[in-house]
Design a protein around this ligand. Structure first.
Ligand code: HEC
Length: 144
C-alpha cells in the first residue's frame, strides 16, 4: 500500500519533470456510422488545381505535425502522444478505408485521442469541401 503510494508519487514527479514514459496505447479509431460510410468523395476526380493546392497547404498546416509528411504517423508531435497518429501512408492503409470513414474521423475526430475534430463549427472549422479535398490529396499522394 505504502510502496504503491511512493511509487505513484515517484512516477508523478517524473512525469511533472517531463520524464513521462507512459506506454504507447492501441488505436481507438471507431467505425463511422453507416450514413457516413455510404458517402463518396464528391471531389475524387477534381481537376481544380487551386483546390488541390489549397488541400496540400491544409495537409501541411494541419496534419503533418502529427501524421508526418509521408503519412508514416511520425510527425514532430507524435512522440509525446500516447495513442499514436495513424500511419495512413503505410501500404494498403488508405485502400482499406472508405471515403466516408476518413471524412467522418477528420470531421469529428477520434474521442479520447489527440485526433482533433476539424469539421464546420469546430475550433479548426474546415468546410466539408476542404475536408473532401484533403481526402483527395491523401488518396492521390499517400496511397501505397
Ligand atoms: C494532434 C495530432 C493530430 C492531428 C493534428 C491530426 N491527427 Fe489524425 N490522428 C491522430 C491520432 C492520434 C489518430 C489515431 C486515433 C485513434 O487511435 O483513434 C489519428 C487518426 C487519423 C486517421 C485514421 C482514420 C481511420 O479510420 O483509420 C486519419 C485518416 C487522420 N487521422 C487524418 C488526419 C488529417 C487529414 C488531419 C489534418 C486535417 C489530421 N489527422 C490531424 C492525431 C492527429
Amino acid at each position: 500500500m505504502k510502496t504503491t503510494l511512493i511509487a505513484s508519487l515517484f512516477a508523478l514527479t517524473l512525469s511533472l519533470m517531463g520524464f513521462s514514459h507512459a506506454a504507447e496505447q492501441a488505436h481507438k479509431i471507431p467505425d463511422a456510422p453507416p450514413e457516413y460510410l455510404a458517402k463518396t468523395n464528391p471531389l475524387a476526380d477534381t481537376t481544380d488545381e487551386a483546390l488541390l493546392k489549397r488541400a496540400n497547404r491544409l495537409f501541411r498546416g494541419k496534419c503533418v505535425k502529427c501524421h508526418g509528411e509521408e503519412g508514416d504517423g511520425k510527425g514532430p508531435r507524435a512522440e509525446s502522444l500516447i495513442i499514436k497518429p495513424a500511419a495512413f501512408g503505410s501500404p494498403g492503409y488508405l485502400n482499406g478505408r472508405k471515403d466516408g470513414q476518413l471524412f467522418w474521423i477528420i470531421s469529428f475526430g477520434s474521442p479520447g485521442t489527440d485526433m482533433p475534430a476539424h469539421g464546420p463549427g469546430t475550433d479548426i472549422n474546415l468546410s466539408e469541401e476542404e475536408i473532401w479535398s484533403i481526402i483527395t490529396y491523401l488518396r492521390r499522394n499517400l496511397t501505397r
